[in-house]
Ligand binder design. Structure first.
Ligand SMILES: [Mn+2]
Length: 243
């Protein structure tokens, strides 16, 4: 297996109408097959789904090809590490048990090649985000999640879908108000504390910024421009998927 590392983020499967989603899922499936035998690890930086609402015995319908391609990637020897985003946080054990994906709920640190990486989806990391932090605590709370599971799946998934849309309207408005990617400040702090690379998703603003020999990377979102990141021979590159 090669020692290349791949990154994708904020695919938001299920976001648009059926025809657009089918195209997007095809692109994802093609990408997942193409990196077989090449990727040591695939990092998914959150919001793979526009909403994910998993019950103990039930998962959302409609992403079979993605599950299958991810599973084949895992079987081929690639480790898949999935940071849970703010749109797809209601996971139980399907990804771990059935697909063999490692789920991470917050941030994580890795040494890839000779570089130190700090990675997270990015939600709840910004200053002045107290309202969201309280909401995140509430939504990720065990009791809240247990109560959710009492709702019939068809209703639960509908609720998750409409909450997801409201959350995006809120995030977009807030980012416009703050004029850009507020995660840059968070990334700079992390780089100052000794990391070589900081990788976030969440903002949907694509960035590849260098501060000397240190980098902040954000892969934007597949809603506007599908891309992936590759870290190979101690160099990071963002590659457009359409081209
Ligand atoms: Mn997102």
């Amino acid at each position: 297996m090669s020692s290349d590392y791949y990154f994708i983020s904020d695919i938001h499967l299920g976001f648009s109408e059926k025809s657009i989603e089918t195209e997007k899922e095809k692109k994802l499936e093609k990408f997942l097959y193409e990196i077989r035998g090449k990727a040591d690890t695939l990092f998914i930086l959150g919001d793979l789904f526009d909403h994910w609402f998993e019950y103990k015995k039930v998962i959302p319908k409609g992403y079979f090809k993605t599950f299958s391609a991810l599973n084949e990637l895992v079987e081929s020897g690639t480790e898949v590490i999935y940071f849970i985003g703010n749109h797809d946080f209601l996971h139980y054990d399907f990804f771990r048990e059935e697909i063999g994906v490692r789920l991470i709920h917050d941030s994580a640190e890795f040494t890839l090649g000779s570089k130190k990486f700090f990675m997270a989806h990015g939600d709840g990391l910004m200053a002045n985000d107290t309202g969201y932090k309280i909401l995140k605590y509430f939504l990720r709370n065990n009791i809240t999640q247990k109560l959710f599971t009492l709702i019939h799946p068809d209703i639960g998934l509908w609720l998750a879908g409409s909450t997801s849309k409201k959350s995006r309207v809120y995030t977009t408005k807030r980012d416009v108000r703050h004029n850009g990617d507020r995660l840059i400040t968070v990334a700079k702090d992390k780089l100052d504390s000794g990391f070589d690379y900081v990788i976030f998703g969440h903002s949907h603003i694509r960035n590849n910024l260098n501060f000397g020999e240190k980098y902040y990377i954000n892969l934007g979102s597949w809603i506007t421009k599908p891309c992936y990141g590759i870290f190979s021979k101690n160099k990071f590159e963002i590659v457009e998927i359409d081209k």
